[in-house]
Write a protein that binds this ligand. Structure first.
Ligand code: NAD
Length: 552
């Protein structure tokens, strides 16, 4: 509400500590940064992104988190249960300062209905992936992955570029908002359908989206003109994807690539056809079960149009929001005829331990990120794709809250970057420490059979032991905070996943921890894919010295 005295939340910047050390200042600043209005989609409700992904359970819990971090010692650990601090325990300097478990439910109870019952009682919250684990860095966080995915689409089907093609998608929220820029970075044209006008305006303001069309006709006109000139352009269109996609199909619109990033993982966060945008909130609150059915019926129409675009030759993929399964529940039996993006494009990267490595400058100074960008280019001079990405990101990405950067690095690379950043903090080249973390969507940290672990070679997609081992090994290796969540990305009952963040504060102790964590964390991706039978992962393990007991 507007009379909340805590709003707007902004993380402190600069070198003055409000906590006992940088190891506790860092989680405090990152919690606040998640709720900064530049990052949070609905800060007044503590919602950061991804439907209802929250940073803290309630404002009272937020106050207690802040209060506790301000007094937490470097041999203590704060325990967070679904966004609420529940204990402080004496541990030791190598232990994480914060351990987080969000939204976890026992298997038979792991569904939205039970989750909502418990949420209404104030007993849990939805942590999404980086919302409840305090390492969200705005839409950039997904941008490189989205850029890589569209680059892979271009390689597979269009001779290495999206120039001269039109991509159709929907959803311009916290994550989905990366799509238009990722398409134009690959020189293509994007038409993005969004039912919330303020989202379209926000993406234009943050330079992720180029223009807003006045109508569907206008959008098609702009798209075809840009495509014919092989000129990159992204176009926002106000409307409901579940009615616009079938309409475009009907008109035989010249669409080359189709995907979607509406919040389909949560049927209450997907607007059904026939429900006016202004009535969305009231209608889903009044009758969640009925609303879910309507949303699933609309998703069935939406996915049917996607499948039929594929029938006509378009490249179509699920972009990690579980819309295929919701459409199946809505009664459409061809929903799984197009693949998820991980088996289609990303798994080869996972076999090398590659994933969305990211860092944020606690100083608040963009010059610190510019310095780390230069350091990355010096560390990996032969990686052309990385050079293209870092250069474009430096020019085109607006920071949201604390300046941050993401780039996909693999096993044997991430720790080199982390150690270099720690040296730069020690030497004073960076004005303040940096935090180094990642998305939960990584090579060895997730079990999610409709996304990260879809169609694993050995059929092991639902085995979640890997994600748990990931959280345990990062805890044992010295991460500054570690999190274990349920339901991120694809929704309740469909995923279990872990995250870690390290604080590079320039000390020798931080260097030792960083070397271990940033080796072992991507190492989980290598061993997970070796175990599932991927040859590329076995090669990487052999070349880079990852020990696999069953192969010895
Ligand atoms: P968000 O809730 O911030 O945004 C979703 C947007 O979809 C909203 O702006 C909403 O208005 C719009 N929308 C809902 N129904 C619509 C409809 N019928 N027609 C048009 N627009 C509609 O969510 P987000 O953070 O952008 O995430 C989007 C989805 O992607 C989620 O399901 C999330 O879990 C998933 N996700 C994917 C990845 C990935 O790597 N691919 C990563 C994180 C999250």
């Amino acid at each position: 509400s507007t009379d909340n005295p805590r709003l707007p939340v902004h993380a402190p910047t600069g070198t003055e500590l409000s906590c006992g050390s940088w190891q506790t200042e860092a989680p405090l600043r990152m919690l606040m940064n998640n709720l900064d209005p530049a990052n949070a989609e609905r800060p007044e409700d503590l919602v950061v992104y991804g439907g209802t992904g929250k940073a803290a359970r309630s404002w009272e819990a937020y106050d207690a988190l802040v209060r506790t971090l301000r007094t937490l010692a470097d041999d203590e650990t704060m325990l967070v249960q679904s966004g609420k601090p529940v204990g402080v325990m004496k541990t030791h300097a190598w232990a994480p300062r914060v351990l987080i478990a969000n939204s976890n439910l026992v298997g038979d109870w792991a569904n939205w209905e039970e989750f909502r019952r418990l949420e209404d009682l104030g007993l849990t919250m939805y942590g999404q992936m980086t919302a409840g684990s305090w390492i969200y860095i705005g839409t950039q966080g997904i941008l490189q992955g989205t850029f890589e995915t569209f680059a892979a689409v271009a390689d597979k089907k269009f001779g290495g570029t999206l120039a001269g093609t039109i991509t159709l998608t929907a959803g311009l929220g916290g994550m989905g908002g990366a799509q238009p820029l990722a398409v134009t970075m690959n020189d293509g044209v994007a038409i993005c359908i969004e039912c919330d006008e303020s989202r379209i305006e926000r993406r234009i303001e943050h330079r992720y989206l180029d223009v807003k069309a006045d109508s569907l006709d206008h959008a098609l006109e702009l798209a075809v003109a840009a495509r014919d000139e092989r000129r990159p352009l992204s176009i926002g269109v106000l409307g409901n994807a579940a009615s616009i996609l079938p309409e475009l199909l009907e008109r035989d619109a010249p669409i080359d690539v189709v995907t979607d990033q509406t919040s389909a993982h949560d049927p209450l966060a997907y607007l059904p056809v026939g429900v006016p945008f202004e009535e969305w909130d009231a209608r889903r609150t009044a009758d969640p079960a009925g609303f879910t059915k309507e949303a699933q019926a609309s998703m069935a129409a939406h996915v049917r149009a996607m499948v039929e675009f594929q029938d006509r030759g378009a490249e179509v993929f699920d972009y990690g929001n579980s819309i295929r399964d919701e459409a199946r529940k809505g009664g459409y039996d061809r929903a799984f005829e197009f693949p998820g993006f991980v088996p289609a494009y990303i798994r080869p990267l996972f076999c090398e331990g590659k994933g969305p490595f990211r860092w944020a400058a606690l100083s608040g100074d963009p010059a610190d990120i510019a310095a780390t960008d230069r350091a990355i280019l010096e560390l990996f001079p032969d990686n052309e794709r990385l050079r293209k990405w870092i250069t474009m990101a430096g020019e085109r990405v607006s920071f949201q809250g604390l300046p941050a950067r993401i780039c996909w690095l693999g096993y044997g690379e991430r720790h080199l970057a982390g150690l270099k950043f720690n040296e730069m903090v020690a030497s004073g080249e960076l004005k303040a420490p940096v935090v180094i973390g990642r998305d939960h969507l990584d090579c060895g940290s997730v079990a999610s059979p409709y996304r990260e672990t879809e169609a694993m070679l050995d059929g092991s997609g639902a085995i979640a032991d890997w994600a748990i081992l990931n959280a345990l090994v990062n805890t044992a290796s010295g991460a500054s905070w570690v999190s274990f969540h349920h339901g991120g990305g694809v929704g309740m009952g469909r995923s279990l996943h872990a995250g870690q963040v390290c604080v590079a504060d320039g000390t020798a102790l931080a260097a030792e921890k960083i070397e271990r964590v940033l080796t072992n964390d991507p190492g989980m991706g290598v061993i997970r894919h070796v175990d599932a039978g991927y040859d590329r992962a076995a090669e990487v393990a052999a070349d880079r010295g990852v020990r696999i007991p069953m192969a010895e």
